[in-house]
Design a protein around this ligand. Structure first.
Ligand SMILES: Nc1ncnc2c1ncn2[C@@H]1O[C@H](COP(=O)(O)OP(=O)(O)OP(=O)(O)O)[C@@H](O)[C@H]1O
Length: 217
């Protein structure tokens, strides 16, 4: 593979020095946020993770869990999109280094996809380990938690659909974003830990920003 890569076109020259390295922390944060939002635009898998992440964050917010269980769920809610973004970065780097089809490109891409799969599978197992002990208390409060559950479903649908190709233009996206935002209200009211609500809100904000970027294209 090395011999193949040496024979290919060199990478494009980096931007001139004035455009690099002369920005503050806020700008660096902006570049990172842009990377996540643009990945959500391109990558259907990340959009699925955004929707599932909202549901997991809502569970972490409203279910009777220990602080350690909530923390584990919220870390996983962040880690899965992080792994998907890293996978997307690796795919882009491989396509840049090896534009045609090659066995090396396949191995690299499949290994990175496998890393995301392993993390997603571990997240599901962690959820399955945490759910049964919490279930009786959740079931006992089913009536009180129903609005939060409905709100979380609406927010999850908005987070998953907003960055993707949608029929209907800006009006549909705005309605979906407002519906997703409204879904956070009953969740915040029912939440035992607002960190979970904040995580759901962040995922929705990322999806809404991705939708804004798609509309501006
Ligand atoms: N440049 C390439 N050379 C050889 N095989 C490749 C190359 N790019 C992708 N593949 C392989 O083709 C298959 C499909 O890859 P592709 O990226 O289209 O879909 P995917 O793995 O489902 O990812 P995604 O859902 O992110 O698009 C995978 O086995 C992948 O490793």
């Amino acid at each position: 593979m090395r011999a193949t890569m040496r024979a290919r076109e060199p990478h494009p020259a980096p931007p001139p020095p004035a455009a690099r390295g002369h920005h503050g922390l806020a700008a660096s944060f902006g570049f990172a946020w842009t990377g996540l939002a643009e990945t959500a635009l391109r990558d259907r898998n990340l959009r699925i993770h955004l929707a599932l992440g909202v549901l997991a964050a809502a569970f972490a917010a409203a279910a009777p869990l220990s602080p350690a269980e909530r923390a584990l769920l919220l870390v996983l809610v962040a880690l899965v999109p992080a792994a998907e973004a890293a996978n997307s970065a690796l795919e882009a780097a491989v396509d840049l280094a090896s534009p045609g089809r090659s066995e090396g490109a396949r191995i690299a891409k499949d290994a990175a996809a496998g890393a995301v799969l392993a993390l997603a599978a571990g997240s599901v197992l962690a959820f399955l380990a945490i759910l049964p002990p919490a279930w009786p208390a959740l079931w006992a409060r089913a009536g009180a938690l129903a609005p939060a559950a409905a709100g979380a479903l609406g927010t999850a649908a908005a987070a998953g659909l907003l960055p993707g190709p949608l029929p209907g233009g800006r009006g549909v996206r705005a309605a979906l974003a407002l519906g997703g935002l409204a879904g956070l209200v009953p969740l915040a009211r029912a939440a035992e830990a607002q960190a979970g609500t904040a995580a759901a809100a962040l995922l929705l904000a990322l999806a809404a920003d991705a939708a804004r970027r798609r509309a501006a294209r």
